[in-house]
Design a protein around this ligand. Structure first.
Ligand code: BTX
Length: 324
């Protein structure tokens, strides 16, 4: 906004000096309460401000941005991430990736944004994607597979993300079928797989990965407080997002190649070792209604098997799972 811009200009010009709330209020033409609110907003975006009584505020640290070069440096992949589109702010990286894929972008093209104003989850739900603190990225894949296999790529990606988090933080996340990654029962990552296909062949699959990394609890809106967490909240440390992206891409390329060569079986075994819901009583919320029962596991195709109380086994292709 215009006020925000003036505020940042004032701090730019003041250098190391403190600026008082009163001075800032007069300069940008708003109340001191409004100044304070803007300062809180800046803090949520990763600015660190020092506040000293009777002196005012100064910026001691600006948010860390990801740069495409930083991601490239040390990238250990052959395809994924060899082509990076970096944006400061987008509506959704999925939308940009879709356009790039229609324009013929090669497999492995990655779209990364610092912020999404309309990040999305499944079924048109919103995905909260605040600035400078998360990993919001979309990866274009062009596998030579039948379209009905595409959902398996969600599970391939989930394993890659879990392995990357384990390696970087030594936290062991859990997977909730099909696309949630949890730490202590709260969502750390969401995965969205979108498909462009002709009747019997895939044109592209766009894998959206949303990872909560450096957010503090205060960054979340009320309704997400009990649902979401971040790697920073769980590990107590800020992470380097570029390093995390490199690691996710490396793990994903490795597992994707394994999947293309050997099929879903080796992925299934890895996936099951991280799955929370297997063997537990769950409710599967589906468009057709709810189904309650025991999660038996996944089929060789990645479909969830649920045994209801009468002992009948159901195959669940798409649902939201609630653990009891
Ligand atoms: P989902 O439909 O399984 O989950 C969406 C639900 O998750 C929301 O309704 C909300 O309750 C909760 N939620 C929203 N934001 C967050 C968050 N930051 N952390 C934890 N929980 C949240 C999951 O869909 C798939 C999300 C994919 C997001 C990536 S980001 C890059 C790419 N671009 C894009 O627009 N989407 C994908």
């Amino acid at each position: 906004s215009e006020l925000r811009k003036r505020l940042l200009d004032a701090f730019t010009n003041s250098g190391e000096d403190f600026l008082s709330g009163q001075y800032l209020a007069e300069l940008i033409g708003c109340s001191r309460t409004a100044v304070w609110k803007h300062i809180e907003e800046l803090r949520k975006e990763g600015f660190e401000l020092e506040a000293v009584r009777r002196k005012g505020y100064r910026i001691v640290k600006v948010p860390e941005k990801i740069t495409a070069n930083e991601v490239r440096l040390g990238l250990m992949t052959k395809r994924l991430g060899q082509n990076i589109h970096y944006e400061e702010s987008v509506d959704s990286t999925q939308k940009i990736a879709l356009q790039l894929s229609l324009d013929g972008a090669p497999e492995g093209t990655v779209v990364i944004a610092e912020e999404q104003t309309r990040g999305r989850g499944r079924m048109a739900r919103a995905w909260f994607s605040p600035k400078y603190t998360g990993v919001w990225m979309s990866v274009i894949l062009r596998p030579n597979l039948l379209p009905q296999k595409a959902p398996q790529l969600t599970l391939v990606t989930a394993v890659a993300v879990v392995q990357a988090i384990e390696e970087l933080t030594s936290i062991k996340p859990e997977i909730k079928w099909p696309n949630d990654i949890l730490i202590n029962g709260k969502k750390i990552t969401g995965i969205l797989t979108e498909l462009q296909a002709e009747s019997d062949r895939i044109n592209s699959v766009i894998i959206g990965i949303g990872m909560n990394v450096n957010q503090e609890l205060e960054a979340y809106p009320e309704e997400l407080l009990t649902i979401a967490t971040s790697l920073r909240i769980e590990s107590g440390n800020r992470l380097n997002r570029a390093e995390l992206i490199r690691l996710v891409l490396a793990k994903l390329e490795h597992l994707y190649d394994l999947y293309l060569q050997e099929g879903f079986q080796p992925i299934k075994l890895l996936w099951e070792s991280y799955a929370v819901s297997i063997g537990k009583m769950i409710t599967a919320r589906m468009v057709q209604g709810d189904l309650y029962g025991k999660a038996l596991g996944i089929t060789g195709d990645g479909v969830l098997m649920l045994e209801d109380e009468a002992g009948k086994v159901h195959f669940v292709y798409s649902a939201d799972i609630e653990l009891q």
